[in-house]
Design a protein around this ligand. Structure first.
Ligand SMILES: CC(C)(COP(=O)(O)OP(=O)(O)OC[C@H]1O[C@@H](n2cnc3c(N)ncnc32)[C@H](O)[C@@H]1OP(=O)(O)O)[C@@H](O)C(=O)NCCC(=O)NCCS
Length: 189
């Protein structure tokens, strides 16, 4: 195997086994109840829907975070990558929008427990933000539970600022391409 590198890439259906294993992580099940799959078929169906969403929604996405061997392969197999997490941008429901300062989409992310505390999520989020800048996204939001110290730390390391305190959760935002004065007027002043 060659030198490993970190990549954020689309999911493929061949990720189903690794994705099902990832979804068994108790912290991920706790944060993302829609990923509490009973069996591989449920995980596969979810993955299929997310692949379709990523390809067709234009804005939302669900991407894999992988440790890749032998460079950035266009096709990932269980032999040339380890699926260590995901990063997503999803439409949220009306109730969640209240705790997201009116944002209709928020970021989600996770790293498998054995790979945490090594800076991987910070690298993956920064890579995603760079891609968003190239794609012209305006401003990004993430809602995080107050006790989720590591997630808060990741957001702060990536330059997000806390703009709303909702007792149990905090709203963080980051300017991507939005005009700085407009951003400051909306979130800072
Ligand atoms: C949140 C999560 C993605 C972080 O992934 P990660 O790869 O471990 O993140 P990083 O290593 O890039 O950064 C973690 C930071 O939190 C810090 N940290 C972790 N636990 C901490 C604690 N109890 N107190 C203080 N800092 C803590 C680490 O030291 C590190 O900061 P540093 O680089 O300044 O030392 C991961 O814990 C996870 O998947 N959790 C479950 C799912 C989840 O909560 N998703 C987010 C929903 S909003």
């Amino acid at each position: 195997m060659g030198d490993p590198s970190l990549a954020t890439t689309p999911f493929q259906l061949s990720d189903a086994n690794q994705f099902f294993e990832l979804s068994k992580d108790p912290d991920i099940r706790n944060e993302y109840p829609n990923m509490r799959f009973e069996n591989i078929e449920e995980a596969k169906a979810y993955l299929e829907a997310q692949i379709d969403l990523t390809e067709n929604s234009g804005l939302s996405f669900f991407k894999a975070i992988r440790i890749v061997y032998d460079g950035l392969e266009p096709v990932y197999t269980e032999e040339n990558n380890i699926l260590v997490g995901f990063i997503s941008l999803h439409k949220i429901g009306a109730l969640d929008q209240i705790f997201a300062g009116g944002f209709q989409q928020t970021l989600g992310y996770a790293i498998k427990s054995a790979y945490r505390g090594k800076g991987l999520m910070t690298i993956a989020l920064n890579m995603t933000l760079d891609a968003m800048r190239r794609d012209g996204y305006n401003v990004m939001a993430a809602a995080v539970k107050k006790q989720n110290i590591s997630s808060i730390r990741v957001l702060e390391k990536c330059g997000f600022i806390m703009v709303r305190d909702y007792q149990i959760s905090l709203l963080y935002v980051k300017r991507i391409t939005m005009d700085k004065d407009e951003f400051d007027k909306l979130f800072i002043l």
